[in-house]
Design a protein around this ligand. Structure first.
Ligand code: DGL
Length: 280
């Protein structure tokens, strides 16, 4: 239950405050990594809700409750911007998170920049989307693409086996090849000109998906597009950190050595994770 919508204004001008990024777990580190590569001088606080993952099978109400709690953490850490790196949370909780944080921080999601990207390139064409059940069943991509009036047809398929498969290290492997082939040959994805990778984990299998299609389908990695949109937002609002050396913190709501080991998969280096319980 949300009881307060406090409003300390967003800090304008050059801002050393960190960028807050959150996800259901460790997979959102693909997005965090892209943001750090694009904006190396910025400080970043990452929150992975490992106590509650996966979000992809959760109800909208549950994801909304978790997301609001995480926004509170990131606001307490004085983040100037909150990026919802998780597609499932972007689908289920973006509007609420934006309303909840109000003027205290800008909230961005991973869906809108991707929609903008496809609307500029695929007017009048058919494109595909793969993601969790939550993301696909929410219908958010269809709704937002429809609102653009660009006559883009979206064909989507929930691919729930992919995230756990990747977490277990099965990519560039005969198992992943078979699972990916089975999903992508589904009639729901027939005739597409581009495929949106609508999940934090899928950049790790972008190469395999591209190989499946050859050159006939553009495979869209949202993490790069999202990082560029964060950069644009900071530039447009004079919010770059020019003032201090950047720092990084990585919180998880439940620490295990296996989550720590997985950071290498998704961020390219092993990270120190700090436990931060959401309900204590
Ligand atoms: N982070 C989620 C997403 O991008 C995938 C993992 C999960 O289901 O929690 O949708």
């Amino acid at each position: 239950m949300i009881t307060s919508f406090a409003s300390t204004p967003i800090q304008k001008q050059c801002s050393p405050a960190p960028i807050g990024i959150f996800d259901s777990g460790i997979g959102g580190l693909t997005v965090a990594h892209a943001v750090m590569q694009t904006l190396p001088a910025e400080s970043m606080i990452y929150f992975g809700d490992t106590a509650h993952l996966p979000y992809g099978d959760k109800s909208t109400a549950a994801i909304q409750a978790f997301s609001v709690k995480i926004c509170d953490v990131l606001l307490r850490e004085q983040c100037k911007l909150i990026l919802i790196a998780c597609n499932s949370a972007s689908a289920a909780a973006y509007d609420l998170a934006r309303e909840y944080t109000a003027s205290r921080a800008k909230v961005l999601n991973v869906i809108d920049p991707t929609i903008e990207y496809v609307s500029e390139r695929f007017a009048g064409q058919t494109i595909g989307l793969i993601g969790t059940k939550q993301t696909v069943n929410s219908g958010v991509y269809e709704r937002k693409i429809g609102e653009l009036g660009k006559n883009i047809t979206l064909q989507s398929l929930a691919t729930p086996l992919l995230a756990p498969m990747i977490e277990e290290g099965f990519f560039n492997h005969s198992i992943s090849e078979s699972v990916i082939h089975t999903y992508l040959s589904d009639p729901a994805l027939a005739g597409i000109k581009a495929l949106i990778l609508g999940c934090t984990h899928y950049p790790l299998i972008k190469g395999e998906i591209s190989r499946y299609y050859g050159d006939s389908v553009e495979v869209i990695d949202a993490s790069q597009i999202v990082a560029a949109s964060v950069r644009k937002y900071l530039a447009d609002n004079n919010l770059f950190n020019n003032a201090s050396a950047g720092f990084r913190k990585f919180f998880v709501s439940d620490y295990t050595p296996s989550f720590a080991a997985s950071t290498r998969l998704f961020f390219g280096e092993q990270l120190d994770l700090e436990q931060y319980r959401l309900w204590e």
